[in-house]
Design a protein around this ligand. Structure first.
Ligand code: NI
Length: 176
């Protein structure tokens, strides 16, 4: 397994629209394992393939308390089931240390393939509904800050630049 570099906002590659996966083969299995490892390492609860510069319809997620129940969504389709929308404080591994409230439908239907390529359907509410819609956005080239005011977007951009600079300083490459 390997840790994958995560693209940071406003990297233009975060805007690429993901293509459906045709066959769930060994290459996909390796990517799934790497994405799950990358998500845990970055202390995230969800990661879309777009964020690791793989432009295919694949999402990994773990909403469990102990971080021991990774879930996989391949070629997901998400349909809102209610008009009711609610704000939820969101963050994103591609927008480090920025948190902001986003309004989304509170109940959705998820149709996807699991890690073995088997189709399943699920009704999602609460955190799962928020998270799957956030990750679906990534596959469509949307980042959650797109929903914010111009002022908040500028602030987010400044914050990410600062955090990225700091992280680069902290992880001095081995000079060899
Ligand atoms: Ni995100």
């Amino acid at each position: 397994m390997a840790l994958l570099p995560i693209l940071n906002y406003p990297d233009p590659r975060l805007r690429i629209i993901a293509k459906p996966i045709k066959i769930v083969d060994q290459t996909i299995q390796t990517l799934i394992a790497d994405m799950i490892e990358t998500m845990y390492d970055a202390k995230g609860i969800g990661l879309a393939a777009t964020q690791v510069d793989q432009h295919i319809q694949l999402i990994v997620m773990d909403l469990s308390e102990n971080g021991d129940n990774p879930r996989v969504f391949i070629n997901p389709k998400v349909t809102p089931l209610v008009d009711d929308i609610k704000p939820y404080e969101e963050g994103c591994l591609s927008v480090p240390e920025v948190y902001a409230s986003v309004d989304r439908p509170t109940k959705v239907k998820i149709e996807a393939l699991d890690k073995d390529g088997k189709p399943f359907e699920e009704i999602a509410e609460g955190l799962l509904a928020v998270c799957i819609q956030h990750e679906m956005d990534h596959l469509k080239g949307i980042v959650f800050v797109d929903y914010l005011s111009k002022l908040k977007q500028t602030r987010a951009l400044d914050k990410v630049r600062k955090v990225v600079k700091l992280r680069e300083k902290q992880s001095d490459p081995v000079k060899a």
